[in-house]
Ligand binder design. Structure first.
Ligand SMILES: Cc1ncc(COP(=O)(O)O)c(C=O)c1O
Length: 386
């Protein structure tokens, strides 16, 4: 029988940039060649023992065998509220302002289902995490409005003209992937005013990297306005991307809408991983994280500084930031010849254009690999004629 199957038109997306890179990487590995992979933001450090133990112990709790709730366990939501108060000095109500999520990626997609109607404008920074304009806009029939980010503005967008458009959903992300940029207080204060003056707009503020900082702790948008919704994750905080656990916090009606979508689609995050999240958050003392996280931060910071120094010796222009494990550097007009040449030599990096057209010419190196790999990567780049 002739196969007449056609996927839905919403799947007419260019190949997911990281999936494409992963395929190329496995082809190289399968050919037996060695590969240094600085392309994926998947921490190579391990979760703290007490977080792993929390999962193990909870598996024996009969509650783990039942369906969890879509909004998340009540005690875990209380841990989130306590953490939020200690970390950001913001009081949130665990009953109405918290939703436990299956990592932050799913929630960043589901919020679009909760607020966007077909034809509505979704404002997305460029470069940015591809999920915003793909699942966050295209999947829901939104119209994507690009907000350019440039090095001249420290990768903070000019939001002064957003009120001129009828933006329904605005995605922003600081500390930022792919650039590593951090939001200044002045920017957050301006953003808070924008949100307050545009009550029909939803700001989805992505803080997946809130704990991956080396200098001053990034601030929450909820310190500046109660009207936004913010997304957090255990993934990078505890080197636990496989646990798939995170949370959304903020304005109650938007949280309720997100929960409503989740009730239709999933049955909540697995209980043992909710408890792992709670264990990590409870280990904070105010802003101060458990020692394990400080150790991880130091490792990433040293790797980032060392790679930056090597690249600068070669005359490359590096964007210096005090957050995330990404190093963002400029190659020239088009980064693809550089990316391809590096791949031939066994080094996988992420092309900036995978994050949008304003990322063209830039390259992202994720320092989530051992220091020896970072040194090997620097040597490979040094031996390439750039
Ligand atoms: C900016 C940003 N937001 C969200 C996520 C999703 O993380 P998770 O779903 O593991 O919480 C990522 C993952 O790389 C990211 O880079």
């Amino acid at each position: 029988m002739k196969n007449v199957f056609k996927p839905a038109s919403r799947l007419n997306l260019p190949v997911y940039p990281f999936a494409d890179l992963e395929r190329k990487a496995s082809a190289i590995r399968n050919s037996g060649k060695s590969l240094y992979n600085l392309s994926i933001g998947d921490p190579d450090n391990v979760p703290p023992d007490f977080v792993v133990d929390a999962v193990k112990k909870t598996l024996d709790n009969p509650q783990s065998h039942f369906y969890p709730s879509s909004r998340g366990d009540q005690e875990v939501r209380k841990s989130v509220a306590r953490w939020f108060k200690g970390r950001f000095s913001v009081s949130i109500n665990p009953e109405t302002q918290v939703c436990i999520t299956i990592g932050s990626k799913e929630a960043l997609c589901q919020i679009a289902k909760a607020v966007v109607n077909p034809g509505d404008i979704v404002a997305v920074p460029d470069p940015s995490y591809p999920v915003y304009h793909r699942a966050g806009c295209q999947f829901v029939g939104g119209r994507c409005m690009t907000i350019p980010l440039s090095v001249e503005n420290n990768f903070l967008p000019d939001i002064s003209s957003i009120s001129d458009y009828n933006v329904k959903l605005l995605y922003l992300n600081y500390p930022n992937n792919p650039t590593g940029a951090e939001a200044s207080d002045a920017f957050l204060s301006e953003l808070g005013k924008l949100v307050d003056n545009n009550p029909e707009m939803t700001l989805a503020y992505d803080m997946a990297y809130s704990e991956m900082y080396f200098c001053s702790p990034p601030r929450s948008i909820l310190e500046f306005t109660p009207n936004a919704i913010e997304f957090h994750s255990l993934s990078k905080m505890a080197s636990a991307t496989g646990y798939r656990i995170g949370f959304a916090v903020g304005e109650p009606e938007r949280i309720a809408a997100l929960i409503k979508v989740k009730e239709e689609i999933d049955s909540g995050a697995p209980y043992p991983f909710q408890i792992a999240l709670s264990a990590m958050l409870n280990a904070y003392n105010g802003v101060k994280p458990p020692d394990e996280l400080n150790v991880d931060r130091k490792i990433y910071q040293n790797r980032k500084l060392s790679l930056a120094a090597s690249l600068e010796k070669l005359g490359l222009s590096v964007y210096h930031s005090n957050a995330t494990f990404y190093l963002w550097f400029f190659i020239g007009k088009d980064e693809m010849p550089f990316i391809n040449k590096a791949l031939e030599k066994g080094l996988l990096l992420t092309p900036g254009s995978g994050f949008g057209k304003y990322g063209k010419g830039w390259v992202r190196a994720s320092v989530t690999a051992p220091h020896t790999d970072i040194e090997a990567a620097a040597n490979i780049i040094a031996n390439m004629s750039i």
